[in-house]
Structures are given as structure tokens and as C-alpha cells.
Write a protein that binds this ligand. Structure first.
Ligand code: SAM
Length: 340
């Protein structure tokens, strides 16, 4: 019988409500070569995080190792645009080799994917989620701030070709911008056997355009796609962000990330590490906890672990209150500097 090596884990990482952290999102940079209007501030006004504060790869791996010893088993590398960080595949390799980590995936805008997909696959990356909010070149440029549609589509093709799996599409649906393309975006993914996730627009944008009327709910999306395909509700697995719908019982499912209309905080199992070493137990945290003092200048793993536990204990209950907001919310950072 093959031997299965089970890492010896310490106590799980539990918050004040009893939720157990299992997933880590790592932002490797706040910088991005795109300027998506639901994410980044005006590029001329953006204040990038100081480079001296940016964690080096060994520091990120250090935090991942300590979190893995507390039961975190999967990692998503994000940003900003993670492929802007030079040699990010070396980090992927280090994270993949971390004891207790079962999978490392990435979320990317796709710009560098054609050239990087193979190296990422060789480094052990499992899958990639590529953001795509329009299939019309002019509109893509308007939403994402760059004329990049053909290049992003080539990146997606390359990711599939080199065997990254899953390759998924993320679309933020915003009224007044792309609601007439919901079916086409779905069809683009589904016809290639890829899964697509529509994310409800969250008030984490840098331009202040968020308002509740701009949010296209998951329910609306099901109505649009359901007019043309037989959809079967598969539900949402505990800890996952997307409620899934199978389509004609085939591959290429539809996922809805209903962060606004139906938040899923009760079983949230994620923690986040920002590129400047802050730990967040919630995307909507208003307080950021700096891990740098525990990983620079001779901090100990025991102290790092104790601090992480203290931070996670304070994880907010949930963001149900957001559904009643009429205006943008006083956020300390925009999405690019948190890591989506
Ligand atoms: N640069 C990469 C990308 O474009 O996918 C990774 C970072 S991006 C912040 C991660 C995901 O967050 C993307 O799919 C993006 O569309 C989504 N996102 C950004 N701002 C958002 C917002 N205000 N509401 C909902 N989703 C958002």
C-alpha cells in the first residue's frame, strides 16, 4: 500500500466565532499594469506601497510555513498583478514545496500569461483564474484601462495549453458597464469547457464609483444564463466563495460570488497577507496587522504564531451590513493593495 505522509500539524487556526482558517491569499505586489475602474484609483493619484516594506520571497514563505503548521492547506497568489513581481515562479515553487500546502493557484489579469504560463506550471502552480470583464476591445480598454483584450485571450489559451488546471475566468458584472455582455462572457468560458465566476461589485474600488444600484446580483446572472441553458444548482461548498451551477450537465460551470447580495462570511476560512506584510482576517477588515516585526530582525516563530492567532481571533463576524449601504464605505485600502 502506498504510504501517505500526513504533516504533523499544531492546533488549527480558529477565530472568535469558531471558524477555522484553511486558505491563504498572498498579494505579492500592489502594482498593476491595468487600471480596472472597479479596483484601482486614478493612476495619476495612486500611492504605491513603499518598496522597502515589500516582503521578500523567503519572508512570504516563512509566513506560509507558519500558517501551514496551523492547518492552512491552500494558497492563492494575487496582487495587484502577481506576474509583475519578477521571478514570481520562484515563490510559487517555494510555496508548493511547503509542508502541508496542497495547492497553489494564482489570480492574474493575463497580460504576462502567454510568456509565463509554462514556467508557472513547471514551478508547481495548479491553476490560474484570469480576469475578463468584456469581449469588446474598446470596452475592455475602458473597463481595464489598457488595450489588452487579444493578449489576455492568448494568455488564457496558453494557460490551458500548458496544462494549468483549473483555468477559470473571473468577471465583475457592473450595471452601466458590461451587463449586456454577461451571456457572451459566460459563453466564451463555457464553450471552451472553462468555469466562469461572476463577482458582485464590492465597495473596494479606488474611483468611488461603487453604489448599490451598480451591483448586478448573482440572481440576475442566473436569470440571464438560465434563459438559454439548463442550469442545475450545485450549491456552495463550505468555505468556498462561489455558488455553483452546472450547465447542461457538462463541463464549464457557472459560479456566482455573491459577496454583496448573499455574503458567505459564516464559513469563511480565508486569511490574507498583503505585499507589505500585513495580515488580514477579512477582505473588509479596517485594521491591518503588521507581521514584519515578527519575521524581520530575529522574531521567533512562536511569537509569530501567537500574534497570528491573536489577529485571527478578532476576525469580523461578517459583512451583512454592507447590503444596506447606500454609499461607498470608508475603506483603508483599495482592492489592488489588499489582494483580491
Ligand atoms: N491583477 C489580478 C487580476 O486582475 O485578476 C489579480 C488581482 S485582482 C484585485 C483580483 C480580482 O478581484 C479580480 O478578478 C478583480 O476583477 C476582482 N476585483 C477587483 N476589484 C473588485 C471590486 N471592487 N469588486 C469585485 N471584484 C473586484
Amino acid at each position: 500500500m502506498p504510504s501517505v505522509s500526513v504533516p504533523a500539524l499544531g492546533h488549527p487556526l480558529v477565530d472568535g466565532k469558531g471558524r477555522v482558517a484553511k486558505k491563504l491569499r498572498i498579494s505579492v505586489t500592489d502594482r498593476c499594469n491595468f487600471a480596472c475602474l472597479f479596483c484601482m484609483p486614478d493612476k495619476s493619484k495612486v500611492k504605491w506601497l513603499p518598496t522597502a516594506d515589500q516582503l521578500a520571497f523567503p519572508e512570504i514563505e516563512h509566513v506560509a510555513r507558519v500558517l501551514a503548521s496551523m492547518g492552512v492547506d491552500s494558497i492563492r497568489v494575487t496582487g495587484g498583478e502577481p506576474l509583475l513581481r519578477p521571478k514570481v515562479e520562484e515563490l510559487v515553487e517555494g510555496l508548493t514545496a511547503t509542508r502541508g500546502i496542497d495547492s497553489v493557484d494564482m489570480t492574474s489579469n493575463g497580460w504576462f500569461l502567454k510568456q509565463k504560463a509554462r514556467a508557472l506550471k513547471s514551478a508547481g502552480l495548479r491553476g490560474v483564474t484570469v480576469s475578463l470583464h468584456s469581449l469588446k476591445p474598446d470596452r475592455f480598454a475602458r473597463i481595464s484601462g489598457i488595450n489588452a483584450l487579444p493578449r489576455v485571450l492568448e494568455g488564457i489559451e496558453e494557460a490551458v495549453k500548458v496544462g494549468l488546471d483549473p483555468v477559470k475566468i473571473n468577471s465583475v458584472a457592473i450595471r452601466g458597464y458590461n451587463e449586456d455582455e454577461i451571456y457572451d462572457l459566460f459563453d466564451y468560458a463555457h464553450s471552451r469547457g472553462l468555469s466562469i465566476r461572476f463577482i458582485e461589485f464590492m465597495p473596494l474600488d479606488g474611483l468611488g464609483i461603487w453604489n448599490p444600484d451598480a451591483v448586478i446580483s448573482g440572481k440576475e446572472i442566473v436569470d440571464i444564463v438560465g434563459k438559454r441553458h439548463a442550469l442545475k444548482a450545485m450549491g456552495r461548498m463550505l468555505g468556498k466563495t462561489a455558488s455553483l451551477w452546472s450547465v447542461n450537465d457538462g463541463p464549464g460551470d457557472l459560479g456566482l460570488i455573491t459577496s454583496m447580495s448573499e455574503p458567505f462570511c459564516d464559513d469563511c476560512d480565508r486569511v490574507r497577507l498583503t505585499s507589505d506584510g500585513k495580515l488580514l482576517s477579512c477582505l473588509f477588515d479596517t485594521e491591518y496587522y503588521d507581521l514584519k516585526p515578527y519575521i524581520r530582525d530575529g522574531g521567533s516563530d512562536a511569537k509569530l504564531e501567537a500574534f497570528i492567532r491573536e489577529v485571527v481571533k478578532k476576525k469580523p463576524d461578517g459583512v451583512g451590513y454592507m447590503t444596506t449601504l447606500r454609499e461607498g464605505w470608508a475603506k483603508p485600502r483599495n482592492m489592488n493593495a489588499i489582494g483580491g
